[in-house]
Design a protein around this ligand. Structure first.
Ligand SMILES: Cc1cc2nc3c(=O)[nH]c(=O)nc-3n(C[C@H](O)[C@H](O)[C@H](O)COP(=O)(O)OP(=O)(O)OC[C@H]3O[C@@H](n4cnc5c(N)ncnc54)[C@H](O)[C@@H]3O)c2cc1C
Length: 492
């Protein structure tokens, strides 16, 4: 057996889906791994919390990927036995027009559903979904078995064309435009800024197979912790790196931590916000232009969230209802003048006492200016804003589902400030807009043995954060090790 001290030592920072995936993979490949988490508890946005014994998810309500990369990733991480998909439906409700779309499953079926609604636009709708399929087909990272040589396709026109420009080119306007692009609320970058590739990489997974994991983030987190323990990952909570120490040949091999300790490592993987990474890099490694570019990256929206239970007299199915109170997705995602999108997710859970309950979680997009409007923290102005947000969310819920009125008990609410506290340092739901990798800013960090992973690197969402770790893991450990592990976990 290799001596523990002779194994390469990897430092992983941040214990959300991105950091946990990386830590387990590196340990599987035989590395010594230390995982640092700044808050007292691991899990990041996979974490759940309880009110009156009822469990709620913070940042993992639904996902794409069960029809492609997710089962492969779960199998390779050794946690497929715990993570089960459950039937899930999705709808779109546009309050300005009163229109409701109950989406069928699958891209073709969705295209057909929209074409029946907008028969004169059938060709445009088909062109839109064809482009979505083409982008998916030309994004090999969704298949863990794809050849390494195909992983870095050269930039395409869709890397530079915005979603708005693409929709203009197809001549799509009005309600149809909003219905087609509504998945932008699941990555948070406004269509006026978002590249076609970035949007389609996320929206295809939801259009082709939107799904819910039974019990949300819990099985993933349980699985990660089990495998981390099995493979000897050292997890330290309540500790964060404070700064990188020294730069030798453009590498930095040591960090000083908030508890005064230092950690030496061969390479580091940072599943945290890009602006937080910037603060950790040895100052001598960060050139002014790089600092400006990273600090200038705008944030995606944040969320006000309401958590409640529905009366047992209602029989609800697991469903996402996306309610948009404006047809203008740019205004919604920039948090302009009360334009908002609210996602309402219903699910069935078990209380701590084993009782079956029907939960409702509703999250409303908000610009992060809201968080900056509370410089004194949770003062009276903040409480008033939060109460107003709760009322707006309830109004939206009852507009979309009048049958819930009088049958919903609110158990908790949260705001971007809450998220900022448990996932420091920002309150943005999906990290930076567009993702730094899409802007070619994250190809390599100024300290060459440091790597940026997590939701702001390439693709946001839990699936995206996991995928980025797989991609980088492959690059770092090399093809031979990657293929050996892949074959041993998934079969040759
Ligand atoms: C309300 C809400 C709903 C969402 N719904 C969904 C959904 O339904 N489906 C979906 O796929 N995605 C959803 N998302 C997005 C999804 O949760 C994220 O994209 C994903 O979980 C990000 O994973 P991550 O590992 O990059 O980061 P995180 O989960 O944010 O983890 C980062 C971790 O790093 C820690 N950390 C931060 N700074 C430091 C530091 N300096 N040192 C050490 N540790 C540090 C944090 O405390 C945290 O634990 C939602 C997000 C929100 C806010």
């Amino acid at each position: 057996m290799a001596d523990k001290a002779s194994k390469p030592h990897s430092l992983v920072v941040g214990s959300g889906a991105g950091g946990m995936t990386m830590a387990v993979l590196l340990a599987l490949a035989g590395r010594r791994v230390t995982l640092l988490e700044a808050t007292p508890r691991v899990g990041g946005l996979l974490r759940r919390f309880q009110r009156q014994g009822v469990p709620f998810d913070t940042g993992f309500h639904f996902t794409g990927g069960f029809d492609h990369a997710l089962p492969q990733m779960l199998a390779m991480l050794g946690i497929a036995d715990l993570v089960k998909e459950e039937p899930f439906q999705s709808s779109l409700y546009l309050t300005p027009t009163g229109s409701r779309y109950d989406w069928p499953h699958g891209v073709r079926a969705i295209a057909e559903c929209l074409s029946r609604r907008f028969p004169a636009d059938r060709d445009k709708i088909c062109a839109y979904y064809q482009a979505e399929q083409d982008v998916f087909a030309s994004t090999p990272m969704f298949d863990l078995r794809c050849e390494a040589g195909r992983l870095n396709p050269s930039p395409s026109e869709y890397d530079f064309l915005t979603l708005d420009e693409f929709l203009d080119r197809l001549g799509i306007a009005g309600e149809l435009r909003t219905a087609l692009a509504a998945n932008a609320t699941c990555h948070g970058t406004p269509p006026g800024e978002c590249s076609v590739n970035h949007h389609f990489r996320i929206s295809h997974g939801l259009d082709s197979h939107i799904a819910k994991v039974r019990h949300g983030g819990r099985p993933l987190l349980t699985g990660f912790l089990r495998e981390a323990k099995r493979h000897g990952v050292a997890i330290r909570t309540g500790v964060a790196p404070r700064r990188g120490l020294g730069l030798v040949d453009r590498n930095c091999h040591q960090v000083e931590c908030t508890d005064g300790s230092t950690i030496a490592f061969d390479d580091a993987f940072l599943a945290i916000h890009p602006k937080a990474i910037l603060e950790l890099l040895p100052p001598e490694s960060v050139k002014a232009y790089y600092r400006e570019q990273i600090t200038g990256l705008p944030e995606t929206c944040g969320f006000f969230t309401l958590y409640g239970v529905l009366d047992a007299s209602l029989d609800v199915e697991p469903r996402l209802t996306s309610c948009l109170n404006s047809l203008d997705l740019n205004r919604i995602l920039l948090g302009k003048e009360a334009a908002s999108a609210t996602g309402i997710v219903t699910a069935t859970e078990q209380t701590a006492a084993g009782r079956r309950v029907q939960t409702l979680t509703a999250f409303a997009c908000t610009g992060l200016d809201d968080a900056q409007a509370w410089p004194r923290g949770r003062d009276a102005a903040y409480q008033a804003d939060k109460a107003a947000a709760e009322k707006r969310i309830l109004d939206t819920i009852y507009q979309a589902h009048p049958e819930y009125e009088g049958r919903l008990t609110v158990l908790a609410t949260s705001s971007p400030l809450t998220h900022r506290d448990f996932v420091p340092p920002r309150a943005s739901a999906y990290g930076v807009r567009q993702c730094a990798g899409a802007l070619r800013l994250f190809g390599r960090l100024p300290a060459r043995n440091w790597h940026a992973i997590g939701q702001s690197a390439l693709v946001p969402g839990v699936l995206g954060a996991m995928l980025v770790s797989f991609l980088l893991f492959r690059q770092v450990v090399g093809e031979e090790t990657y293929q050996r592990l892949l074959n041993s976990c998934l079969g040759a």
